[in-house]
Design a protein. Structure first.
Length: 450
């Protein structure tokens, strides 16, 4: 029986079931009366909030600071901390610290989540991940406390700082403020601290580990994976900020001081890739800016991090594949290394599966939203709002053009499924039901393409 259960629960299924279980438990906790502050929270809203927290998305149909009591707010904080690091990681580290052996399944799940190649020192890396996580979150809490202490009492300032620091590092975006961080648009401390936390949480733990090891002399050079992540992340941040400023300098940034223009441009380049914080009203942005944000959200963070999306490495490998094909090369070479064909095939599958998922969910939202009730002139804007919402959910970002609280029950369920698929990955969902098998090889015959 034990062998049958072990075979039935593949690493992919175990990973999915663990996330689904935490989401359900969190929904029940938020549904209980002690989690509400005033009005009763129905179960679908509790499930939506729990899924958003565990999947570190940040979309919410509730005002976290107003509709949830202190108990409910602490529950969401615990949910996105667990969701960011993963329930399996917590379990494996706990068993390791207790001196108990780590199962092969637990080892396989952890390595597939945080490491690009299997390593013998993975337990050392696991402990390092936990230690660094809490050090960074503590540092972020301290810096935010210094600023929030001007606006709140010491105890309230510490709580606000802790909540937003953990939310930012886990790339969640849930906030206790109704307008998130719009009120602090011109504040250098809050903007820089939140951006630093988002970037550190979004580049991936193995990248952090390799960079620190290289800096301390424990490692001679960093891997190709880390080089691609760092270069792509820096390029997206700088490029995103430049495009945001270019498209908004005569609109939302027109009368803002130079400091505010710089902070807003960089903040809205960092946050949309995976964390749902915002310092401006997303619904007031121009269409070119909305398009840029959708692309940034779809790309997302890096593998082995607390963020979602197709990941920076997938985007970089896609560009490298196109570039090498234009040069007439079949292999993808980067930094004097050749990327395995299996990785390239998986990259293409991830991108197209993600694009198909976004298209499908957007269509469902449109069908359930009663698009026919809108005036003809508003139909395009209606489509853009739902597309933005879907990509935000799939990329585990959390930004919205303001339609999240107005979603119907069916639409909320669709977004919950999208957040879940974005967190565990569409291919992981597929492999949990259909294990990949090596098929037969027949005689080849060419097909015209392009």
């Amino acid at each position: 029986m034990k062998r049958f259960v072990s075979k039935l629960l593949s690493p992919e299924r175990f990973f999915i079931i663990s996330f689904a279980s935490v989401i359900f438990i969190g929904a029940v906790l938020l549904w209980l009366p002690y989690s509400a502050a005033g009005r009763h929270i129905n179960f679908i809203d509790a499930l939506f909030t729990s899924a958003s927290a565990v999947c570190v998305t940040g979309l919410t149909v509730l005002d976290i600071g107003k509709d949830l009591s202190l108990n409910g707010q602490i529950a969401t904080l615990c949910l996105f901390q667990i969701g960011g690091l993963g329930i399996i990681t917590f379990s494996v580290v706990l068993f390791g610290l207790m001196g108990r052996g780590i199962s092969f399944k637990g080892r396989e799940i952890f390595q597939s989540t945080f490491l690009h190649t299997p390593r013998r020192d993975f337990f050392v890396i696991m402990k390092w991940v936990f230690g660094l996580t809490f050090i960074i979150e503590a540092g972020g809490t301290f810096l935010l406390f210094l600023r929030f202490s001007r606006d709140f009492s010491p105890s309230r300032a510490f709580y606000q700082a802790l909540y937003h620091a953990v939310s930012a590092f886990n790339n969640c975006g849930l906030s206790l403020f109704p307008d998130k961080l719009v009120h602090y648009q011109n504040d250098v401390i809050i903007n820089v601290t939140i951006m630093a936390l988002i970037i550190l949480g979004g580049i991936g733990f193995i990248v952090q580990y390799e960079v620190v090891s290289k800096w301390r002399g424990y490692q001679q050079k960093i891997s190709i994976h880390s080089k691609i992540v760092l270069l792509t992340t820096a390029s997206l941040i700088l490029g995103g900020a430049a495009f945001f400023y270019l498209f908004e300098m005569n609109h939302i940034l027109k009368d803002a001081p130079v400091k505010s223009q710089i902070l807003t441009s960089f903040f809205q380049s960092v946050a949309p890739r995976t964390a749902g914080f915002n310092t401006i009203d997303i619904g007031q942005l121009t269409n070119p800016t909305i398009l840029v944000l959708i692309m940034m959200m779809f790309i997302g963070a890096s593998p082995g991090s607390t963020g979602g999306g197709i990941k920076t490495t997938s985007f970089a490998l896609l560009l490298l594949m196109i570039w090498n094909r234009l040069k007439g090369q079949e292999q993808v070479n980067v930094y004097n290394r050749t990327i395995p064909g299996e990785v390239l095939t998986r990259t293409i599958a991830i991108i197209f599966a993600s694009a198909f998922s976004v298209t499908l969910i957007t269509s469902i939202l449109l069908l359930l939203g009663g698009a026919g009730d809108l005036p003809p002139g508003e139909s395009r804007h209606f489509f853009v709002e739902y597309l933005f919402e879907t990509v935000s959910a799939f990329g585990n970002v959390g930004l919205s053009m303001g339609i999240t609280p107005t979603l119907s029950t069916g639409q909320k369920l669709a977004i919950i499924l999208t957040m879940f698929a974005g967190r565990v990955g569409p291919l992981t969902l597929a492999f949990s039901w259909y294990s990949p098998r090596k098929g037969l090889t027949y005689a080849e015959e060419s097909v015209m393409v392009g």
